[in-house]
Unconditional design. Sequence first.
Length: 108
Amino acid sequence: MNKLLFAVPVLVVGIGTMMMAAPQDKDVKQVYLDKCSVCHGEDGKAQTAKGKKLKMKDISSAEVKKMTDAEFLNAILKGKGQDMDAFEKELGADMCKKLSTYMRSLAK
């Protein structure tokens, strides 16, 4: 009977750990939708009214794809020109890095 009592907490911790991984990915997507998609669009193609007005580039375009990962991340961290806000202070460097990775995945 002691074995059963010991197994239950381990199972609960295991399930809790598995459940925590998915919301982190969802959080990145939600941050993208909240902060980035107004210009870049849900798909990264920049076909939103604001994206078109600002002449945003599709993140799957050759010009954007040739940016290094560091350049791409830096645009999120520090902003770019007058139209791209800096997000490092608001979101933190770790979330900006996750956003960079998420956005690069949209370009594939």
